[in-house]
Ligand binder design. Structure first.
Ligand SMILES: O=C(O)CCC(=O)C(=O)O
Ligand SMILES: [Fe+2]
Length: 321
């Protein structure tokens, strides 16, 4: 099948019927050639999604907007009003909730009980969807079912799973500041519930920025650096960014299904050709994250190279890890 030229949208209902082979092929093509796709009929209740959206927007208005406006007026005036591009700034208001290995939801400040309850249910459904998707990827890659979830679980037996809740408020100078600067995601598989009216998310494809279209009740999926390593580059993480918008407040709820911090990540042996020199390194996920936080808004290749260099320099340290 020729690679799709428009943003891939996969109807997961087709996976249960006779159109399954075509849907699996579309998924494989999306993973190989886009690093991004959207899923419909993913099994997450649309009522729950509506509830989470309403509560997230209400929470921003009630708790976060004032704080953001104070930050925003300062941020744009920091250069004395000369209109220089703000290079180290993202026009977003966010908070983070961890679900696994242990939930910190009870301790996240300023959330009411209903919002906490809805978030907990939503996270459980997203976790299930992430694992179903990882198994579909295994099937397309010729890996045994459960290979990827097991690789992510690591010795401690749990992945790292968390949700970043963001608002991208209207920006008076979208020419000067990004909503979120370009990056690849460090982790495994990312599931995004994005605003169905206000767009802004773009991915880099063949040197051009392509919009990720808002589709009501869809979940946007993208692949992180760890899946690139495990698949030995068969699938790749892809640069993306959020463009600030002059009008509209964009909601985005991004959930990151990542390896456990102690998981050892390396290319799946079944995807490494015999006798071919490996292109991708082996490392402990936590070590990768330490490097990533300092170089997030940079190309991923030097991160992979840094770990390759460490492998040849200190084989014992790596063997112990
Ligand atoms: O908000 C979005 O649409 C994307 C967020 C994102 O890429 C991230 O947080 O890594
Ligand atoms: Fe991202």
């Amino acid at each position: 099948m020729a690679p799709t030229s428009s943003f891939p949208i996969i109807d997961m209902a087709l996976l249960a019927g006779e159109e399954r082979p075509a849907a699996m092929e579309l998924l494989h093509d999306a993973c190989e050639n886009w690093g991004f796709f959207e899923v419909l009929n993913h099994g997450i209740s649309t009522e729950l999604m509506d509830e989470v959206e309403k509560m997230t927007k209400g929470h921003y208005k009630r708790v976060r907007e004032q704080r953001f406006l104070e930050f925003a007026s300062k941020a744009l005036n920091d250069d004395g009003g000369q209109g220089a591009k703000a290079e180290n700034l993202d026009w977003e208001s966010t908070f983070f909730v961890r679900h696994l290995p242990e939930s910190n939801l009870a301790g996240v400040p300023d959330l009411d009980d209903d919002y906490r309850r809805a978030m907990r249910r939503f996270a459980a459904e997203l976790e299930d969807l992430a694992e179903r998707l990882l198994d579909l990827l295994c099937e397309n890659l010729g890996l045994e079912k459960g290979y990827l979830t097991r690789a992510f679980r690591g010795p401690a037996g749990a992945p790292t799973f968390g949700t970043k809740v963001s608002s991208y408020p209207p920006c008076p100078r979208p020419d000067l500041v990004s909503g979120l600067r370009a990056h690849t995601d460090a982790g495994g598989i990312i599931l995004l519930f994005q605003d169905d009216r206000v767009g802004g998310l773009q991915l880099l494809r063949d040197g051009e920025w392509v919009d990720v279209p808002p589709v009501r009740h869809s979940i946007v999926v993208n692949l992180g650096d760890q899946l690139e390593v495990i698949t030995n580059g068969r699938y790749k993480s892809v640069m993306h960014r959020v463009v600030a918008q002059a009008d509209g407040n964009r909601m985005s709820i991004a959930s990151f299904y990542n390896p456990g911090s102690d998981a050892v990540i390396s290319p799946a042996p079944a995807l490494v050709e015999k006798d071919a020199g490996g292109t991708y390194p082996r490392f402990v996920f936590e070590d990768y994250m330490k490097l990533y936080v300092r170089h997030k808004f940079e190309a991923k290749e030097p991160r992979f190279e840094a770990f390759k260099a460490m492998e040849t320099e200190t084989p014992n340290r790596i063997a112990i890890a």
